[in-house]
Design a protein. Structure first.
Length: 319
């Protein structure tokens, strides 16, 4: 039984550490078991090449290391973390809260590529991590969307507070601006939940270690109705994602029983069945008079069964 994975994503200085910490504190108050993970794993052997890259030892600018090479460094750090730290907990049904994940490669590394090459890269990236490496897909990605001046201000505040030096990503404002743009495109394309930074009114967020005013956004506010509403929203999203995942597993199991699903061929059959069922539902909803007493769901399932039996010469469904 797999668990649930919630990811806080965003560019540098977007508030990921703050928001993931506040959610973890809420889970702790509610006595909900969880595990909190952060990437990269600075100081661990698996992140050594990541550190070399970010310190500028492989090139002084982000683009000096191509998107694929840089992604492999971060991917192997995640793989080591999963095998050594949180994989067993997740596979036993645990709740994992992540500050950055595979989604960070999608934002930061895809921004190095021209538009016509991004789709190929993203397909390669997700197949590498979720397919070849076997890392779990997130159930919910919360994308914290901030503007560039806010991001830069928060990073400067953090560096001054902790006496740290900016890495090659943080030093390159043009690169960060492009990452912001790609992040918004990725969030829209992959259906991530966007939490916007609002400059005016009560929606203004605090920084990722402070430095953004005391009218923190709903996730950052620890008191008042706004914080509870946002936390409830996150929990509902996570539960909805878990239920959809269970439904998807059930549908795949049904497809396997009816259409002999196995391997890539079975996946193709399953997808055709899904599309046929969706088309059947739409037809039944659009012309209810032709299917009196028959629900759109049942009509859709029957249509899917008919198409798959015709295409794959399988036995009929017991529906």
């Amino acid at each position: 039984m797999n668990g649930r994975l919630i990811v806080f994503e965003g560019t540098d200085g977007s508030g990921k550490a703050t928001q993931s910490r506040l959610l973890c504190e809420h889970l702790q108050r509610e006595n909900i078991p969880y595990k909190n993970i952060t990437f990269p794993q600075y100081g661990k052997p698996s992140a050594a090449m990541v550190q070399e890259y970010l310190d500028g030892n492989l090139g002084r600018r982000p683009g000096d290391v191509n998107a694929y090479a840089a992604s492999l460094m971060f991917s192997m750090d995640r793989y080591a973390s999963y095998k050594q730290d949180w994989g067993a907990f997740y596979e036993a049904g645990g709740l994992v809260i992540a500050d950055r994940y595979t989604t960070s490669n999608a934002v930061h590394q895809a921004s190095k590529l021209p538009p016509e090459e991004r789709t190929v890269f993203l397909n390669w990236l997700f197949e590498l991590e979720y397919g070849k490496l076997g890392l779990p897909k997130p159930d919910l990605v919360l994308y914290l969307d901030v503007d560039l001046p806010t991001s830069l201000k928060r990073m400067q505040h953090r560096q001054e507070k902790h006496n740290t030096k900016a890495d090659i990503h943080e030093q390159d404002a043009a690169y960060l601006e492009n990452c912001l743009r790609i992040g918004r495109l990725a969030a829209a394309h992959y259906g991530w939940t966007v939490v916007p930074f609002m400059k005016d009114g009560a929606g203004q967020q605090g920084g990722e270690d402070g430095g953004g005013g005391d009218k923190g956004a709903a996730l950052r506010r620890r008191d008042g109705d706004g914080a509870q509403v946002e936390r409830d929203h996150i929990q509902k999203k996570a539960e909805a994602a878990r239920q959809e995942k269970e439904r998807d597993i059930a549908r795949r199991g049904r497809a396997g029983a009816l259409y002999g699903q196995d391997g890539d061929e079975g996946e193709g059959r399953y997808r055709i069945a899904q599309e046929a069922e969706a088309e059947g539902r739409k037809t039944a909803q659009g012309k209810p008079g032709e299917h009196i007493g028959e629900s759109p769901e049942r009509y859709g399932a029957q249509r899917a069964d008919m198409i798959c039996r015709t295409a794959f010469h399988t036995r009929p469904s017991p529906l």
